[in-house]
Design a protein around this ligand. Structure first.
Ligand code: NAI
Length: 327
C-alpha cells in the first residue's frame, strides 16, 4: 500500500476546517487509496478546540487516516508536509482598514511561507484559502523564495469557489447540467472584482456566449451574482461560506495532484501570461496533468474582457504595493 501523504491544515479549529478535514481523511482529496496524516495548525487559544476535532476524526475510524496531531508551532505543523492548506487568517475586525488587514495577514503568511520552505517536502503544494488569499499567497511564496528549496510556482490562491459559483449560475441560466460546461475561467482576484469569463466556455459542444446571447445578463446579473456571492451567503446564513469553500479547496488540490480532464481556474503566480505581471497571484485557466499545472495559452481576450481583467489586476497590484516591504 502507498506511503501516507502529510497534509497540513491551518485554521484547523475554524468553520472551514470543520468542513474540510473529514473529507480529506475520507480520501476525497488525494484519492481513495492514499493514506493521509493530518497536521493541524491553529492559535494557542484554539488548541482545545483542535483536540475536539481530533476526537471526532478518531470517531469516524477513517481507514485512510494514518495519523494526526495539532500544534500551534508552524515549524512542527509543516514538517515534511506534501500538501499545505492555509485556511487560518486574521479576519477584518471593527474599525480595521484594508491596509491594517493586509499588514496583519502579511505577518502571518511571511512566517508560514518561511516555515513551509524550511520544513515541508521540496515539492510541497500550497493552497492559500485565508483572505485576502491572492496576496497572502504572494507573501507566503515570497517568504519561501528567500529560503529556496521549494518551488515558488507551487504557492497558490483559491479561485475555485468563484469558478464553481459561476458554473452553477450558468447551469441555472441555461437549464443544462453543470457537468456539461467546459473551459470556464475566472480571471484575477478572489474578490468582487474577479472576472468570470464564459467566452471560451462550451456546453455539449455549443459556445456558451452564443447560447446565452445576453450581454446585459452577463454584465448586470451574472458577474455581480458571482462576485457578491460571499456577501449574499453571510447575509442569509449569518456565517461566511464554509462547506463550499472547503469543497473548492478539495477540488483545487485534487485536480492539481491527481489531474483533471477539463481545464480549471487556479490562482497561480503569473509567468507573464496574458500580460499579467510576473509573480502576481492571479486566477488563470489551468490544465492539470501528471501532478503539475500549466496556464492555458493563446486565448483571445476581447476589449470587454481586457477591461475587466485590468480592473481586477489593478486591485492586486495595489495590494502588492501595500505589502511591498514584505515581498
Ligand atoms: P474561522 O474564523 O471560522 O476560522 C479561522 C481559524 O483560523 C480559527 O480557528 C483561528 O484561530 C485560526 N487562525 C487565525 N490566525 C491563525 C494563524 N496565524 N495560524 C493558524 N491559525 C490561525 O474562519 P473560516 O470561516 O474557517 O474562514 C477562514 C478563512 O477563509 C477566512 O480568511 C475567510 O475569509 C477565508 N475564505 C476564503 C474563501 C476563498 O474562496 N478563498 C472562501 C471563504 C472563506
Amino acid at each position: 500500500s502507498k506511503a501516507p501523504m502529510r497534509v497540513a491544515v491551518t485554521g484547523a479549529a475554524g468553520q472551514i476546517g470543520y468542513s474540510l478535514l473529514f473529507r480529506i481523511a475520507s480520501g476525497e482529496m488525494l484519492g481513495k487509496d492514499q493514506p493521509v496524516i493530518l497536521q493541524l495548525l491553529d492559535l494557542p487559544q484554539a488548541q482545545k478546540a483542535c483536540q475536539g476535532v481530533i476526537m471526532e476524526l478518531d470517531d469516524c475510524a477513517f481507514p485512510l487516516l494514518a495519523g494526526m496531531f495539532a500544534t500551534d508551532d508552524p515549524n512542527v505543523a509543516f514538517k515534511d508536509a506534501d500538501v499545505c492548506l492555509l485556511v487560518g487568517a486574521r479576519p477584518r475586525g471593527p474599525g480595521m482598514e484594508r491596509a491594517d488587514l493586509l499588514a496583519a495577514n502579511g505577518a502571518i503568511f511571511t512566517v508560514q511561507g518561511k516555515a513551509i520552505a524550511e520544513n515541508a517536502k521540496e515539492d510541497v503544494r500550497v493552497l492559500v484559502v485565508g483572505n485576502p488569499c491572492n496576496t497572502n499567497a504572494l507573501i507566503a511564496g515570497s517568504a519561501a523564495k528567500k529560503v529556496g528549496r521549494t518551488n515558488p510556482a507551487n504557492y497558490h490562491g483559491m479561485l475555485r469557489l468563484d469558478h464553481n459559483r459561476a458554473l452553477s449560475q450558468l447551469a441555472a441560466k441555461t437549464n443544462r447540467p453543470v457537468a456539461s460546461f467546459k473551459q470556464l475561467t475566472v480571471w484575477g482576484n478572489h474578490s468582487p472584482t474577479m472576472y468570470a469569463d464564459y467566452r471560451n466556455c462550451t456546453s455539449n459542444g455549443d459556445n456558451v456566449k452564443d447560447l446565452i446571447n445576453d450581454p446585459v445578463w452577463n454584465n448586470d446579473v451574472f458577474l455581480p451574482t458571482v462576485g457578491k456571492r460571499g456577501a449574499a451567503i453571510i447575509d442569509a446564513r449569518g456565517l461566511s461560506s464554509a462547506a463550499s469553500a472547503a469543497n473548492a479547496a478539495i477540488d483545487h488540490m485534487r485536480d492539481w495532484v491527481l489531474g483533471s480532464d477539463e481545464w480549471v481556474t487556479m490562482g497561480v503566480p503569473s509567468d507573464g501570461s496574458y500580460d499579467i505581471p510576473v509573480g502576481i497571484v492571479f486566477g488563470f485557466p489551468c490544465e492539470c496533468k501528471g501532478g503539475s499545472f500549466k496556464i492555458i495559452q493563446g486565448l483571445e481576450i476581447d476589449g470587454y474582457s481586457r477591461e475587466k481583467i485590468n480592473k481586477t489586476l489593478k486591485e492586486l497590484t495595489d495590494e502588492a504595493e501595500a505589502v511591498k516591504d514584505m515581498l
